[in-house]
Ligand binder design. Structure first.
Ligand SMILES: Cc1cc2nc3c(=O)[nH]c(=O)nc-3n(C[C@H](O)[C@H](O)[C@H](O)COP(=O)(O)OP(=O)(O)OC[C@H]3O[C@@H](n4cnc5c(N)ncnc54)[C@H](O)[C@@H]3O)c2cc1C
Length: 457
């Protein structure tokens, strides 16, 4: 069997894969997307469908077309956090409206656009293994298409195969800094249904969140006034949650959801952890879910996949042009990720670690004891509401019994800020990496001690 040859082989035709291929094709490289699904099914991916807006995406495809075809609700101006402990909602206004997508159509448009700008797309192609040169450089992939063996050679392979990518099981990462400290417990299991109801919901301009008993959360994201993406997830280091009955029960108990019918259902795992410490090896770059580029609290991973895929491809192009696709040559990609969203996600992960070390009841009681709007302002980072003295005194009384936890939370917050600053100093080359990692691990040890949590990594 002779291998097909491309400058760039992209494994996976999701958000990351489509943006990687579109970037490469726009820059004149030969590129192929290998997608295990059929052309008909491609784009059908488990998702809550909520994004910030089209500014989320690199400008390498027709973003107006993407918006017109797949953004079914562009009027999302607020988030509502329901608090089952006291029934009081907390609302956060957005500075710019977000959107909810028709995920299948969105995925189809991304692939249409990658094709239009010049990428090849091979559907029904399951990648099963990689090829590596004697010095460890990844040189291609092998797999199956409709029962027949296929092989591809590439200067660089982009791994956009999503959470728990098979490529990472197959590659020998010996002698590289690629992050192999990846465990199921750092992932979240999530499930969603698209439901249709008879009457418009009042909150069609909002995304709605509600904590579950199992320290996960339920969401309701309105695609339209009568079509809602409803789902939930839980961190896999917690006891297993029966997601389908919990969701069904919540839907049935909402009086505003009249005659709900399930139109589609899907579940998947997603990384709710810090980004991979390094996502590059010679001839290979991981992007999106395959590199942990997901907000570990909200589970939002579409922006991280789109941006990281774009940056990774630009870096791969430079490396290919210079004739050097080594770990060193691709390293700058790591720094771009870490000094952009990577540092925020690493910091947010501190709250996840703290949260999982606590009982959900105590957390919701604590939240209930703080005046809602002040908490909302604190979360939104607006800080507009200065608390009058009388309210401050009342809050002190109301929060009595939670002072220890509130103090702990303040310490977590300051550790998260320290961590973020450290990520902003991510090393410019692999030589500086071990020292950077050692300091980062010290900060994490402090966090585990403050939170009374088991090490996550
Ligand atoms: C239930 C749920 C709800 C979510 N809600 C949101 C949300 O509301 N907003 C948000 O921003 N993010 C959300 N996310 C996260 C978001 O969906 C992901 O972060 C994002 O899709 C990652 O994109 P990706 O391209 O890295 O991977 P994926 O979208 O997973 O794409 C990977 C592609 O690779 C293909 N593939 C995998 N293995 C192989 C193989 N061996 N050979 C060939 N092809 C392969 C797959 O078929 C798939 O098409 C949610 C995730 C889940 C599970």
């Amino acid at each position: 069997m002779s291998a097909e040859s491309y400058d760039l082989v992209v494994v996976g035709g999701g958000t990351g894969g489509a943006f990687a291929a579109a970037t490469a094709a726009t820059e004149g490289l030969s590129v192929v997307i290998l997608e295990r699904k059929s052309e008909q099914d491609a784009g059908h991916i488990a998702c809550g469908d909520a994004i910030k807006g089209k500014s989320t995406f690199p400008d390498v495809i027709d973003l107006e077309y993407l918006k017109d075809e797949s953004f079914t609700n562009q009027q999302v101006t607020r988030a509502i956090f329901e608090n089952p402990a006291d029934g009081e909602d907390i609302e956060i206004e957005f500075s710019e409206p977000g959107a909810v997508l028709d995920r299948k159509r969105y995925g189809e448009v991304l692939l249409e656009e990658a094709d239009r700008v010049g990428a090849d797309i091979h559907y029904d192609t399951v990648v099963q293994d990689v090829t590596q040169a004697d010095d460890g450089t990844v040189t291609g992939v092998t797999g199956k298409r409709k029962g027949s063996a296929v092989a591809y050679d590439a200067e660089v392979v982009i791994d956009a195969a999503g959470a728990l990518s098979i490529l990472q099981e197959k590659i020998d990462f010996g002698g590289t800094h690629f992050d192999t400290n990846v465990r199921y417990s750092q992932f979240c299991s999530a499930y969603r249904e698209v439901i249709e109801v008879d009457e418009p919901v009042e909150w069609s301009d909002a995304i709605v969140f509600k904590p579950t008993k199992e320290l996960g959360y339920l969401w309701y994201f309105p695609r339209t006034e009568t079509e809602i993406n409803a789902g939930l997830g839980f961190q896999m280091d917690q006891p297993e949650m029966q997601m389908i009955p919990v969701l069904k029960d919540d839907i049935e108990n909402r009086t505003e959801l009249i005659n709900p019918r399930v139109r589609d259902k899907l579940g998947a795992a997603l990384p709710t952890r810090r980004p991979y410490d390094s996502a590059v090896a010679a001839g290979y770059i991981a992007v999106g879910d395959a590199a942990g580029h997901v907000n570990p609290t909200t589970g939002g991973g579409i922006p991280g996949a789109a941006k990281s895929a774009h940056w990774a491809t630009l870096r791969a192009i430079d490396a290919i042009e210079s004739g050097d696709v080594s770990q060193e040559a691709l390293w700058e990609y790591n720094r771009e990720v870490m000094t952009d969203f990577g540092k925020h996600f690493a910091a947010i992960d501190c709250y996840n670690i703290w949260g999982t070390a606590n009982e959900v009841q105590e957390l919701t009681e604590m939240v209930s004891s703080v005046p809602g709007q002040h908490l909302a302002d604190a979360l939104a980072g607006t800080g507009t509401a200065s608390m009058p003295l009388s309210l401050r005194l009342r809050t002190l009384v109301d929060t009595f019994g939670h002072w220890g936890k509130l103090f702990e939370l303040a310490q977590v917050r300051s550790t998260a800020a320290k961590l973020s600053d450290h990520y902003a100093r991510y090393p410019a080359d692999p030589a500086g990496f071990p020292a950077w990692q050692a300091v980062r691990d010290e900060i994490m040890d402090d966090l585990y001690e403050i939170a009374g949590a088991d090490p996550k990594y």
